[in-house]
Design a protein around this ligand. Structure first.
Ligand SMILES: NC(=O)c1ccc[n+]([C@@H]2O[C@H](COP(=O)([O-])OP(=O)(O)OC[C@H]3O[C@@H](n4cnc5c(N)ncnc54)[C@H](O)[C@@H]3O)[C@@H](O)[C@H]2O)c1
Ligand SMILES: [Fe+2]
Length: 396
């Protein structure tokens, strides 16, 4: 990476909804809120704040979890008909990715809706001409509220496709911790592990830079400290706020570096066994870190052992050698997973031996083609991938 991208403004802290009006007043008369059936029930306060700023608000609540292109196409159609000057994504990563893709389709008539996943870094989008794009995350995990990436499932091919374009970065991100307070425990846990996956992938990826490093480290430290508290008491608003900050900071970190081996494995697990994203990341993380810390780095890649040892020490681990620090960091992740009730193997996550045998070739083929593989600091050939998936199933 040779640039740093972020939304023009990230609003965070107390009483944020009250401060929203000043940001959007006088910039339009129509706003579209893209959300899902769960979050629409919690959207009232946000909708009222946007209305009070002079907007007519149209709501589309058809986003699906782990979304495919279908929702984006439908929401994009609504935007083209309604012609808002403000597009708001309100929900978890699934909603935000759907909203991002719908907004891209609205901005650019030349992209055929069913071709949305072919958008890439070279596509000229001419975005932000018709509408400003605002994200309001309701999970503390994906960082999609600040990244310029979209992840959609290609249902026909049973794979998840991530694509990116620098024009996709949102204009405004609004963090309201109260919106995350209703997350069930398992969602708090899995999305929190996603934050750690972003931070540690981003810190060890081949594209890391001086600009992304500090963000990744800080996000990791916050998540280690505050995820157990947010998990133990969902109404602990300090913990909720810290986890929301951690998720968005990690988004800025990996968004300006990249996700890596852990996410290549996680996307493959998600697409093959329908395991939610954060849970797949939580499963893959210890294995991917063990792998990159015990295999030789590619020439010019950051040294994973040195990087992970730095991460460990930043998270408060006291260890003599770098190798020992990495070992303890991986153990700390395994302990956190256990403490937050997340599975430590695919077997525990409900994948049967039969399913594993039936799908192992597909898993290897999908992971080896996953775009995140190019960011891995170590090469991971098919035989090694196969072993990683088998170990993950067994819980080795
Ligand atoms: N674009 C990116 O940069 C990026 C990065 C990482 C992950 N992702 C993608 O994000 C998606 C996962 O997003 P996610 O982990 O945020 O989960 P999600 O958006 O899929 O939400 C999971 C479920 O939780 C519900 N939910 C959301 N917020 C809630 C709340 N506050 N209270 C109660 N229920 C709530 C949703 O309605 C949904 O049913 C995946 O598709 C993943 O690939 C994108
Ligand atoms: Fe992720």
């Amino acid at each position: 990476m040779s640039y740093f991208l972020s939304p023009k403004k990230i609003l965070f802290g107390k009483n944020m909804l009250r401060r929203l009006g000043a940001e959007i007043e006088g910039r339009g008369t129509k706003a579209a809120l893209i959300t899902d059936k769960n979050m629409v029930k919690l959207s009232n306060e946000l909708v009222e704040a946007v209305k009070a700023a002079g907007y007519e608000v149209k709501i589309w609540d058809g986003a699906e979890p782990e979304p495919s292109t279908a929702g984006a196409i439908e929401a994009g159609k609504l935007l083209k008909e309604f012609k808002p000057q403000l597009v708001i994504g309100f929900g978890g990563g699934s909603v935000l990715d759907t909203a991002k893709a719908a907004w891209v389709l609205y901005e650019n008539d030349e992209i055929a809706p069913e071709e949305i996943i072919t958008v890439n870094v070279k596509t000229k989008l001419a975005a932000q001409k018709k509408a400003r794009f605002m994200t309001v995350p309701t999970t503390s995990g994906t960082g999609s509220d600040v990244t310029w990436a979209i992840v959609l499932a290609d249902k026909a091919e049973h794979r998840k496709v991530g694509f990116a374009n620098t024009e996709i970065v949102p204009d405004i991100t609004l963090l309201v911790p109260e919106f995350t307070a209703g997350m069930p425990k398992a969602l708090t846990a899995s999305t929190g592990l996603d934050v750690l996956g972003h931070a540690l992938d981003g810190y060890t990826a081949r594209q890391q830079t001086d600009f992304s490093d500090g963000l990744c480290l800080q996000a990791m430290k916050l998540a280690f400290e505050w995820l157990p508290k947010a998990y133990a008491d969902g109404q602990d608003m300090t913990a909720r706020e810290k986890m929301q900050n951690a998720a968005t900071i990690a988004g800025l970190g990996f968004g300006n570096s990249n996700t890596s081996l852990c996410h290549a494995l996680a996307h493959t697990l998600g697409a093959t066994f329908s395991i939610p994203h954060g849970r797949s990341v939580g499963l893959a993380l210890p294995y991917s870190l063990e792998y990159i810390s015990t295999n030789p780095p590619i020439e010019g890649a950051p040294d994973p052992v040195e990087r992970l040892a730095t991460s460990a020490r930043f998270a408060g681990i006291k260890a003599g050698s770098d190798k020992e620090a990495v070992k303890q960091l991986i153990q700390k992740l395994r302990d956190l997973s256990k403490q937050t009730g997340e599975p430590s193997s695919l077997k525990e996550a409900g994948v049967t031996e039969q399913q594993m045998n039936d799908n192992i070739d597909t898993l290897v083929a999908l992971a080896s083609k996953d775009i995140n593989m190019y960011s891995s600091p170590c090469e991971c050939k098919d035989d090694k991938l196969r072993q990683l998936f088998l170990d993950m199933w067994q819980g080795k």
